[in-house]
Write a protein that binds this ligand. Structure first.
Ligand code: KIV
Ligand code: NA
Length: 277
């Protein structure tokens, strides 16, 4: 399979080809998404919410990210593999960020890392890039700051906030980021940032004019119960499929129709007599 690199993504922006990115947290999913032609697989710290069942991404650790990245990297052949630096794994200093990013590439098998934050992260981005670690930036709604932001709300709704997001994007590009995720910002702001940057923008809840799109796998296949973000489109209804299958299994085991003869190994009466003899 043709390998997607950070260079490929820059060229896709130049030629106007949209980048399709999706989160993945395990081997079988990575294999299916890879074979389906996804350009980028993100081991997102959203796994804290959709896999681990936490209410935020804050409890996720570097070890969790390495564990999931190793499963994805064994299943993916072709897509660029990007892993989130989790909460507090890159804030103390650029050297701490480098240590943790290094583990994620070395032990997990990721090709690049993603981190949340604006211009204040520029020195960290520069340190990682100069050490050979490609960095995807993430601005707008940054879920690791949920308690500082006061919830998971749309960002960039005022002139000051929109201007700050555009300036952050430029600072991150100047620091060497190879792409930037724009989460939960007005479509017009995402379009403006996309037009002003040389590096690709990847949107989630950021309208149609980004250079690429990303979705959380469990939201995309309808494998969650409860809250559905407005930006999400369910491309499948896996929750219903699993629920129906589980109810049918309980019924069939209860009623004795599973396992049937088709799922049963039975020796001939003759062979069985020989064993008993
Ligand atoms: O963790 C995640 O899934 C993400 C994407 C929503 C961009 O950061
Ligand atoms: Na994330």
């Amino acid at each position: 399979t043709k390998k997607v690199t950070v260079r490929t993504l820059l060229n896709m922006k130049k030629s106007g080809d949209h980048i399709a990115m999706m989160t993945a947290y395990d081997f079988p999913t990575a294999k299916l998404l890879s074979d389906a032609g996804l350009h980028v697989l993100l081991i997102g710290d959203s796994l804290g919410m959709v896999v681990q069942g936490h209410e935020t991404t804050i409890p996720v650790t570097v070890d969790h990210m390495i564990y999931h990245t190793s499963m994805v990297s064994r299943g993916a052949d072709g897509p660029l593999i990007v892993t989130d630096l989790p909460f507090m794994s890159y804030h103390a200093s650029p050297e701490v960020a480098l240590h943790n990013a290094g583990r994620i590439l070395q032990e997990g098998g990721a090709h690049a890392v993603k981190l949340e934050g604006g211009r204040e992260m520029a020195p960290t981005v520069a340190r990682l890039v100069e050490a050979g670690v490609p960095v995807m930036a993430h601005i707008g709604l940054t879920p690791q700051s949920v308690h500082a932001l006061g919830g998971f709300a749309l960002q960039g709704k005022t002139l000051a906030s929109a201007k700050r997001i555009l300036d952050d994007a430029r600072a991150l590009e100047a620091a060497g980021a190879f792409a930037v995720v724009l989460e939960a910002v007005p479509a017009q702001l995402a379009a403006l940032v996309t037009q002003r940057l040389r590096i690709p923008t990847i949107g989630i809840g950021a309208g149609p004019d980004c250079d690429g799109q990303v979705l959380v796998f469990h939201d995309f296949i309808g494998y969650t119960s409860g809250y559905i973000p407005k930006h999400n489109k369910r491309f499948a209804d896996v929750a219903n499929t699993i629920s129906e299958a589980a109810r049918a299994y309980v019924d069939e085991v209860g009623g004795g129709s599973f396992p049937g003869e088709a799922q049963t190994v039975r020796l001939s009466d003759e062979a069985w007599e020989t064993i008993l003899a």
